[in-house]
Design a protein around this ligand. Structure first.
Ligand code: 4NP
Length: 154
């Protein structure tokens, strides 16, 4: 089984969306993957995703049910792949990871050339449109990530 953890700052916008997009791909393909998400801060611990993310997700055919949690030391040993949403997330993850640094990836490594983005930008202080951009980018990344996982042993 491959175990994948998506990470953003608050775990209420981007990473729960990433988790949900990836779970939908994996369910459709009937694969046995373990997928979760978490944040780098505990500020939103226990909360449902941001209402703007829930709304954009629903309009795009996804239902978000994750409760926010902060990353733990155990996550770095347990998960096979730890995917940060932007460069700042990845820098922080690398500081925390110790000997598991090689498990950390930036989500844009899985974008194809068409997106024009180098990360999934933080939508928290953004517009409604920015939440739909998050979904579009994550659908691109997760589709390619799934192909990568099918073709490569982690
Ligand atoms: P996320 O968005 O990292 O995609 O969940 C944010 C959520 C909360 C905050 C920042 C970004 N915050 O500062 O509380």
């Amino acid at each position: 089984m491959d175990k994948i953890l998506f990470v953003c700052l608050g775990n209420i916008c981007r990473s729960p969306m990433a988790e949900t997009v990836m779970k939908k791909i994996v369910e459709t393909e009937k694969e046995n993957f373990e997928i979760d998400s978490c944040g780098l801060i505990s500020y939103h611990q226990g909360e449902m995703p941001d209402s703007r993310m829930i709304s954009a997700a629903m309009k795009s055919g996804y239902r978000l049910s994750h409760r926010a949690r902060k990353i733990t030391d155990n996550d770095f040993s347990y998960y096979d792949l730890i995917i940060g949403m932007d460069k700042s997330n990845v820098e922080k993850l690398r500081q925390l990871a110790g000997k598991n640094r090689q498990k950390i990836r930036l989500v844009s490594e899985f974008f194809d050339g068409s997106t024009g983005y180098d990360c999934v930008p933080d939508p928290y202080y953004g517009s409604t449109e920015d939440f739909f951009t998050v979904i579009k980018l994550l659908e691109n990344a997760c589709g390619n990530l799934y192909k990568y996982l099918k073709n490569n042993e982690l």
